[in-house]
Design a protein around this ligand. Structure first.
Ligand SMILES: NC(=O)C1=CN([C@@H]2O[C@H](COP(=O)(O)OP(=O)(O)OC[C@H]3O[C@@H](n4cnc5c(N)ncnc54)[C@H](OP(=O)(O)O)[C@@H]3O)[C@@H](O)[C@H]2O)C=CC1
Ligand SMILES: O=C1O[C@H](COP(=O)(O)O)[C@@H](O)[C@H](O)[C@H]1O
Length: 506
C-alpha cells in the first residue's frame, strides 16, 4: 500500500459548487491553502469557485483572503505564498439550475486542460444545499464533466438525505450516474486527527485490545457538546435537529471506530466493512420504547461564559413553536459477542456549558476490595478518556498509592497530550480533501453505512416527529435537560462532566 507521499497528487481541477458560501470560506479554501503550503498540491492546479453572485476573479480572491486570515490554522497568509496560491483561484458565475452554466464550466475546464496538454483529475465539491445535489449530478453526467474512465470524483456534503428512504434514493441516483469509488460522502469528524487516532490507539497496541470488551468495560460515553447556538443556519437546522445534524453522522461514526472489530488490513473496504458491522449490530429501539432510551431537548435563553444568549426559538425566528431538538442523548446496545449488554451513551447539544467532545470508556470496578474501606475512599474504576476537541489528549485513569506511611489510595492519570507533538495537526478538511484527491475512500462513508446509520435512528425519528415535548427544556449554558441525567443514572452511571463528587467505585 502506497503512502500519501508516494502517491503525490496528479494535475487537478477542483470545482466548488457553493464557492461563495460559508463552508467554502471557513473550511474548504483554508484546507486547500494549507495543503498548498505543505507541498501536497500538484504543480498543475486550478480551483474554481461557483455561485450566482456577480464578482470577478479578483473580488473572489479578496473574499477568500479574508476567510483565510480569519479561519486558517496558518493565520494571515504570507504575501509571497498568497501570491503563488491565488494564481490558482478562479470564480465562475453560475446557476445550478441553468444548463448554460455547465456548458461554460466544461469549456473552461477543457481550455485549461488543452493549455496543460493533458486531461486533469476533476474534483467536484458539492458545497450546496441538499436539494441541489441531484440537479448538479445529473448535469455533471450529461455534460460529460465527469467521466468514469478518468479519476473524476464528487464530494457530497452532509446531510446525506433526511431519513433512510431519502438516503436510499439519493444513493440510487448517485450510483446510476457514477461508480461508488468516485463518490465521496464526507463526514468531517472522520478527518479529525483525534478521531483517526482511535484506530492507531486500538490496533497498533496490544495493551488495550484484550480489555476492549464486555468483560472489562462497564459502559461507553460519547459526548459532542457545543457552546454555540444555531447562528444564521436556522433555515437548515429547523428541518434537521441534533439527531440528523450530529448523531446520524459524527457520533455514530465515532461509535463505529470505538466498537468495530480489528480490521485485517488498512484497506478502505475492510475498514468500512468492519464499521458497517457495528451499525448492523446496534439494537433497534422499538418505537414504543423510545422514551426509555432517548432524550431530546431545546435550549431556552441563558448565560454562557458571562454572556447572555437567546433561546432557540428567539435565535431562529422561523418557527416560534418549534419542536426541533437542539440536544439529544441516546442509550444504545450493540448486540454482538464483544459488546452484549454494555450501554453506549451518545449525547450532543448546542448552547451547552462548554465546547467539548470526548469519548469515555468506563472500566468495571475491581471485583474484590483488597484494601480496608477506610483506606480506599478514593477508589475509582479505571477510565480511558479520548478528548477529541478542543483539548486533544488521551488520559488513562488508574489507582496508585498516596505517598505517605499509610496505605491510602489515590486516583492518578497517564496523559498523552497532542501539544507535545512536533507537528501541528492538520484540519479535518485537509486530510479529507487530500484523500479525495488521491482517491482514498477509507475515511468517507459508503452508501450502506449511511443507510444503516439512518436505520438505527428511524424509530427515534418517528417517535420525535409526533412532537409533544415541552420545549424549551434546558437553559443555555447547562449540560442539557434533566431527563438526560436520569437516562444514565437509572443504571447507576453518570455523565463524566458531572463526575467530580460521585465518581466512586461501587
Ligand atoms: N457551513 C458549515 O459549517 C457546514 C455546512 N455543511 C453543508 O455544506 C453545504 C453548504 O453549506 P454552507 O456553505 O453553509 O451554505 P451557504 O448557504 O453559506 O452557501 C450556499 C452556496 O450555494 C450557492 N447557491 C445557492 N443557490 C444556488 C444556485 N441556484 N446556483 C448556484 N449556486 C447556488 C450559494 O451561492 P450564491 O449565493 O452566490 O448563489 C452559496 O455559495 C450544505 O449542504 C451544508 O449542510 C456541512 C457541515 C458544516
Ligand atoms: O456538521 C456539523 O458540525 C458542526 C460541529 O463541527 P466541529 O468540527 O466544530 O465540532 C456543527 O456545529 C454543525 O451544526 C454540524 O452541521
Amino acid at each position: 500500500m502506497k503512502t500519501k507521499t508516494e502517491k503525490k497528487t496528479e494535475p487537478t481541477i477542483i470545482i466548488v459548487f457553493g464557492g461563495t458560501g460559508d463552508l467554502s470560506k471557513r473550511k474548504l479554501i483554508p484546507a486547500f491553502y494549507n495543503l498548498f503550503l505543505d507541498g501536497w498540491m500538484p504543480d498543475k492546479l486550478a480551483i474554481y469557485g461557483l455561485g450566482r453572485s456577480e464578482m470577478d476573479n479578483e473580488s473572489f480572491q479578496i473574499k477568500l483572503f479574508d476567510g483565510l486570515s480569519e479561519f486558517s490554522r496558518s493565520g494571515v497568509p504570507e504575501p509571497e505564498s498568497w501570491e503563488k496560491f491565488k494564481k490558482n483561484l478562479n470564480y465562475l458565475p453560475s446557476n445550478i439550475n441553468d444548463q448554460k452554466s455547465y456548458k461554460e464550466l466544461l469549456n473552461e475546464i477543457e481550455e485549461l486542460e488543452e493549455e496543460w496538454g493533458q486531461r486533469a483529475n476533476r474534483l467536484y465539491y458539492l458545497s450546496v444545499a441538499p436539494k441541489f445535489i441531484e440537479t448538479v449530478c445529473r448535469n455533471l453526467k450529461s455534460f460529460k464533466l465527469v467521466d468514469d474512465q478518468n479519476k473524476d470524483r464528487i464530494i457530497i456534503e452532509k446531510p446525506f438525505g433526511y431519513d433512510k428512504d431519502s438516503a436510499i434514493s439519493l444513493n440510487k441516483m448517485l450510483q446510476e450516474l457514477f461508480d461508488e469509488d468516485q463518490i465521496f460522502r464526507i463526514d468531517h469528524y472522520l478527518g479529525k486527527e483525534t478521531v483517526q487516532n482511535i484506530l492507531a490507539f486500538r490496533f497498533a497496541n496490544t495493551l488495550f485490545e484484550p480489555l476492549w470488551n464486555r468483560n472489562y468495560i462497564d459502559y461507553i460515553q460519547i459526548t459532542v457538546a457545543e457552546d454555540v447556538g444555531i447562528g444564521d443556519r436556522g433555515g437548515y437546522y429547523e428541518g434537521a435537529g441534533a439527531l440528523r445534524d450530529m448523531i446520524q453522522n459524527h457520533l455514530l461514526q465515532i461509535l463505529c471506530m470505538i466498537a468495530m472489530e480489528p480490521p485485517v488490513t488498512f484497506e478502505a473496504e475492510e475498514i468500512r466493512n468492519r464499521k458497517v458491522d457495528v451499525l448492523k449490530a446496534i439494537r433497534r429501539i422499538p418505537i414504543e420504547e423510545v422514551h426509555n432510551y432517548a432524550v431530546r431537548g431545546q435550549y431556552a435563553s441563558g448565560w454562557i461564559k458571562g454572556k447572555e444568549v437567546l433561546g432557540y426559538r428567539d435565535e431562529n425566528d422561523t418557527n416560534r413553536h418549534s419542536q426541533t431538538e437542539t440536544f439529544a442523548a441516546i442509550k444504545f446496545y450493540i448486540d454482538n459477542w464483544r459488546w452484549q449488554d454494555v450501554p453506549v451513551y451518545l449525547r450532543t447539544g448546542k448552547r451547552m456549558q462548554e465546547k467539548t467532545s470526548s469519548i469515555n470508556i468506563q472500566f468495571r470496578p475491581v471485583p474484590h476490595m483488597t484494601f480496608p474501606t477506610s483506606h480506599s475512599d478514593n477508589l475509582t474504576p479505571n477510565r480511558l478518556t479520548i478528548n477529541i476537541q478542543p483539548h486533544m489528549d488521551i488520559k488513562l485513569r488508574f489507582m496508585t498509592k498516596k505517598t505517605g506511611l499509610e496505605m491510602n489510595l489515590n486516583s492518578s492519570e497517564m496523559i498523552f497530550n497532542y501539544d507535545s507533538c512536533s507537528t501541528q495537526s492538520p484540519e479535518a478538511y485537509e486530510t479529507l480533501l487530500l484523500d479525495a484527491m488521491l482517491g482514498d475512500t477509507t475515511l468517507f462513508m459508503r452508501s450502506d453505512q449511511v443507510e444503516e446509520a439512518w436505520d438505527v435512528l428511524s424509530t427515534i425519528q418517528q417517535a420525535w416527529e409526533k412532537g409533544g415535548e415541552d420545549f424549551p427544556n434546558y437553559v443555555a449554558g447547562s449540560w442539557g435537560p434533566e431527563k438526560a441525567e436520569a437516562l444514565i443514572a437509572r443504571q447507576g452511571h453518570f455523565w463524566t462532566m458531572d463526575i467530580k463528587k460521585n465518581d466512586k467505585q461501587k
